[in-house]
Design a protein around this ligand. Sequence first.
Ligand SMILES: Nc1nc2c(c(=O)[nH]1)N[C@H]1C(S)=C(S)[C@@H](COP(=O)(O)O)O[C@H]1N2
Ligand SMILES: [Mo]
Length: 334
Amino acid sequence: MKKISRLTEADVTAESAFFMQRRQILKTLGIGAAALSLSPVAQADLLDWFKGNDRPKAPAGQPLDFSKPAEWQAKLPLTPEDKVTGYNNFYEFGLDKADPAANAGTLQTTPWKLTIDGEVAKPLTLDHDDLYKLFPLEERIYRMRCVEAWSMVVPWIGFPLASLLKKVEPTSAAKYVAFTTLYAPEQMPGQKDRFIGGGLDYPYVEGLRIDEAMHPLTMLTVGVYGKALPPQNGAPVRLTVPWKYGFKGIKSIVSIKLTRERPPTTWNLSAPGEYGFYANVNPNVDHPRWSQATERVIGSGGVLDVKRQPTLLFNGYAEQVASLYKGLDLRENF
Ligand SMILES: Nc1nc2c(c(=O)[nH]1)N[C@H]1C(S)=C(S)[C@@H](COP(=O)(O)O)O[C@H]1N2
Ligand SMILES: [Mo]
C-alpha cells in the first residue's frame, strides 16, 4: 500500500488508466500532435473544439422556486459556486476538470424527455417544464465525494426520487432502477470520439437497488446554487446520492427504468476491479491505485489552497443509510 503522502496528483485525479495515458501523451506531445493520429476531418473537428470558436456559451441557469427544509440545511461550509460549476467530471465533454464548463454549451436541454418505465404500473414521460413543476423543489446541502479523493459541499435543488417512483407505481418485480444519460454525439464530442470521451462506452449508464433509490436522501436534482443546473453539472436533471462516490450521480438523464436484474453501470463496465456497483463512500476500502482514507477539499483558492480531511463512512450519512447494507460485506461489495 502506498502512503497518501507519496501519491502525486496524477494518481488521484484519474478515474481510468486511459486518462493517465492521455495525460502522458498530451504532456509529451501537446494536443496538436496527439490529434495527428486522427483522420484529417476528425483533426479539424478536434482542433475547432479545443479552440472553442463556434461553441455557444453555456446558458445561465434560470432562478428556481424552492423551499429550504430545516432537515437538509447541513451546517457545512459550502464549496464556492465557481468551483461547483467550473471543476467538473462530465466525460462526454472532455476529461479535464475545466472541459465541461468550457464545452457543455452545445448540450440542448429544450425540448427534453425523461421516460420512466419498465416494471411499473403507470409509465410516464416528463418534458422539460414538468421537471420543475411536478414536485415541490427543495434545497439540500449535501457532501459530495468523488472516487478520485476530492470533495465538495453543494447546495443542490431537486426532489426525492422516491416521489417520482411512487407516482409510476413500481410492480413487485421491480428490484433495481436503471438510469441512462442522453446519447447525442453531435452535441457531445466525447461520445463521438473515444479519445475525447476517455474510452468509455456511451451512453453513460448507472443504477441503484430499489431501496437505495427510494431512500429519502436520494434526489433528482434540477438546480444548484438557486438556479437551474448549468449543462456542465448535468442539466436538466441528474441524480444525487450523497453517500456514494460521485460517479453514481449520473447527469442529463433521459431514461429511468425499473428492472428485475441489476443493471450495468458505466465505470464498472470500464474497470470492474476498480469501480463497483455499490460505490458507497468508505475510508476503509481503498481504490486499488490510491487511498480512500482522506480527501482533498475543493476550496476557494488555487494550488496553494490544499486542505485534506478524513473521509467518513458513507460520506457522513451512516446513521441514515447503514441499515440498507446490514449483512453485506462492504469490502467485497465495493
Ligand atoms: N453522464 C455522466 N454523468 C456523470 C459523469 C460523466 O462523466 N458523465 N461523471 C460522474 C462523476 S465521476 C462525478 S464526480 C460527478 C461530478 O458531478 P459535478 O460535475 O456536478 O460535480 O458526475 C458524475 N456523473
Ligand atoms: Mo467522480
